[in-house]
Design a protein around this ligand. Structure first.
Ligand code: HMG
Ligand code: MG
Length: 294
């Protein structure tokens, strides 16, 4: 069966914009977030408190949160890799953070400048302090299906990393197909290895056009939180061959058709992505935005 309702974890302002070569002004980011809330999205991942030299596109995180008009019923999670990031996030008044781990040794090095084991030493005190401060903490696991340097990734490795994050106190795990290579059978296989899916979310990139099929497979396994990015913006600056996330419009079109509630107004969302595409100077890769946005 399918869930009657799905929570969309909108990552466009973070996963989307972190990968844009153009510098997007804070005012445009704020309007983007506001329009996404207007369209009915209730989880808006806003930015990252990472090292500004590593992701210059999000170096304006403090200014962005300072200018944000938070709405009732909407949460604005931010990525935080370490205690320095947490300090900055707390100063900005956040209530929800996400740490981001790698399932592979190579990507831990490239994305976090840590070994696979070393990443946990960075996360443990960060999560402990965040929980003490009353924050909600999500844990991402990247490269859950394949890694551009290491090839296929064993499910056992993903489960091991994910369970460590849950033990640290993460309330939700987001399983990332960072480079978009997974197919539905692998998704079912990985979710089965976890057993209990109640604290799992899925995060697909659409590099090989599999993101929607993978999402449907995950929903059939009982997952009810899906990450996506308005207009299909996105990628990861530290992963070769990572292209855009699953487009939120494509997801909403499928869920509307299946009778699964999301609370999202598709027309408002498409208009937002058309507007953003104009700001970025190139068309949205989303099929639904192209079909409806003309
Ligand atoms: P590092 O160089 O090892 O940092 O980078 P460090 O701990 O050695 O500290 C060096 C200096 O940086 C120090 O300053 C720190 O204070 C400063 P100094 O004492 O030399 O003056 N520093 C910071 N400054 C501001 N904010 C911070 C911060 N941390 C340290 N947070 C680090 C380690 C983790 C910081 C770095 O590797 C980093 O920022 N990485 C982030 C990479 C990133 O954002 N990648 C994209 C997100 S992940 C993704 O997209 C995947 C996902 O979508 C899921 C999927 O698709 O799979 C989530
Ligand atoms: Mg991603």
């Amino acid at each position: 069966g399918l869930p009657s309702r799905v929570t969309i974890w909108e990552v466009g302002a973070r996963d989307g914009l972190q990968n844009e070569s153009a510098v997007v002004p804070v005012s445009v980011k704020l309007e983007f977030l506001d329009r996404l809330a207007d369209a009915g999205l209730t989880v808006l991942e806003a930015t990252s408190f990472v090292h500004p030299k590593w992701v210059p596109q999000l170096a304006d995180a403090a200014e962005l949160l300072g200018g944000l008009e938070r709405r009732d019923g909407v949460v604005y999670p931010v990525l935080v890799p370490n205690e320095r990031g947490l300090d900055r996030a707390l100063e900005a008044g956040v209530s929800h953070i996400a740490i981001f781990a790698s399932a592979t040794e190579t990507f831990a090095g490239k994305n976090l400048n840590r070994t696979l084991a070393g990443q946990f030493e960075m996360f443990a005190p960060t999560v402990a302090r965040a929980l003490d401060a009353g924050l909600s903490v999500r844990g991402y696991v990247s490269m859950c299906f394949g890694d551009p340097w290491e090839g296929p990734v064993a499910a056992s490795q993903v489960v091991e990393v994910g369970e460590r994050l849950l033990e640290m106190g993460c309330s939700q795990l987001s399983l990332g197909d960072t480079i978009g290579v997974a197919t539905p059978g692998q998704v079912e296989g990985l979710l089965a290895r976890f057993g209990d899916v109640s604290s799992l979310a899925v995060h697909f990139h659409d590099t090989y056009g599999q993101a929607l099929a993978n999402t449907l497979a995950a929903l059939r396994c009982g997952v009810t939180t899906v990450d996506s990015s308005a207009g299909g913006l996105g990628g990861c600056p530290y992963a070769e061959s990572a292209t855009g996330n699953l487009a939120t419009e494509d997801l909403v079109w499928m869920l509307d058709g299946l009778g699964v509630e999301t609370g999202v107004d598709l027309d408002k969302l498409v208009a937002t992505s058309v507007w953003m595409a104009e700001r970025l100077g190139r068309p949205s890769p989303s099929r639904v935005v192209r079909a409806l946005g003309g």
